[in-house]
Design a protein. Structure first.
Length: 315
């Protein structure tokens, strides 16, 4: 280490009512900053003091300042936020603010983009009428999209949310499965119900479904409809044929937003091209359409999932 390049910066914490929001439990966020940037972090009265290599201190100060701003506004900073803020300092001097909270769950948890790819997806959904999002398992595509839909519904930007999936059958026809219509569809639509259950309490989910404020239906049931005043999500779109996806995309009505997400490495179609791959080629240049690709660096499940994704990608 070059002694003459050592630096020291202090950041005022006076506006932060609860230091736990920024520091994390057992100061783990501060420890993560120290580990990632090689700086020393300590508190002195109402100030956070950073010391170390001048360049590292500047990056740490930039990251901490942005996280502090979010914490002052009520965000609970996580290790994912630390990683994202530090990563941003590598790409630009100024960086970007910590991603804002999209919604709060019924348990009080915050839903925010946790990786660079998730932030790109959220920003694309915010700015475009149609978003095509691809990425491997575990990147949070479905959950983040449903969270954005719930935010739009709560803000009254849309009157309803429509969640759909292709019903790829594994040896059984829907008509031979036991139960009523909703029970027949449960095996296909369960991931969408799971996302709703993370965000809303059971009573609210039931109320919205009964009133039609939220609709969960297979892709085949979209034919012939015009989906206006709606936030529409098609999950597992890699398993839709080109014809099915064209049908779905042309349902888009006035004052609506559509998000089409899938994993093009897990296509279950037999003898047909994935409509998701075809749509990305055709529609990426179209005005009003955004295509976002997430990768293994955006996996937010167990760390092993990212390594599994990379292992299969090498084939």
């Amino acid at each position: 280490m070059e002694i003459h390049r050592l630096s020291r910066r202090s950041i005022d914490l006076g506006a932060l009512p609860d230091r736990l929001r920024l520091f994390g439990e057992y100061d783990r966020n501060l420890s993560a900053i120290e580990e990632r940037l090689g700086v020393h972090v300590q508190t002195e009265d109402d100030r956070l003091v950073l010391s170390g290599n001048a360049r590292s201190v500047e990056r740490a100060a930039s990251a901490v300042t942005r996280m502090l701003d979010a914490a002052v506004e009520g965000a609970q900073i996580t290790l994912h936020d630390v990683a994202l803020a530090v990563g941003d300092t590598e790409k630009s001097e100024g960086g970007r603010p910590v991603a804002p909270t999209i919604v709060r769950t019924h348990r009080g948890g915050e839903v925010r983009p946790r990786t660079a790819g998730q932030r790109a997806l959220a920003e694309a959904i915010e700015r475009h009428a149609l978003v095509l999002g691809t990425g491997p398992a575990g990147t949070g595509k479905t959950f983040l999209s449903v969270a954005m839909a719930m935010r739009a519904l709560r803000a009254r930007e849309v009157a309803r949310v429509i969640l759909s999936r292709p019903a790829i059958e594994a040896g059984e026809k829907l008509g031979f499965l036991p139960g009523d219509f909703r029970e027949k569809l449960d095996p296909y639509m369960r991931p969408l119900y799971d996302a709703l259950g993370e965000l809303l309490d059971d009573a609210t989910v039931t109320k919205y479904l009964d009133r039609g404020t939220i609709e969960v239906a297979p892709l085949a049931y979209m034919r012939g409809r015009t989906l206006s005043d709606a936030f529409v999500i098609l999950d597992e779109a890699q398993n839709a044929t080109s014809g099915q996806l064209k049908m779905f995309l042309t349902r888009l009505g006035e004052r609506s937003k559509m998000v089409v997400i899938g994993d093009v490495t897990q296509i279950d179609l037999v003898g047909e091209q994935s409509g998701m791959i075809d749509a990305i080629k055709r529609l990426t240049p179209v005005e009003g359409v955004a295509a976002v690709k997430l990768d293994e660096t955006d996996v937010v499940r167990h760390p092993l999932v990212a390594r599994i994704v990379r292992a299969y990608a090498r084939q």
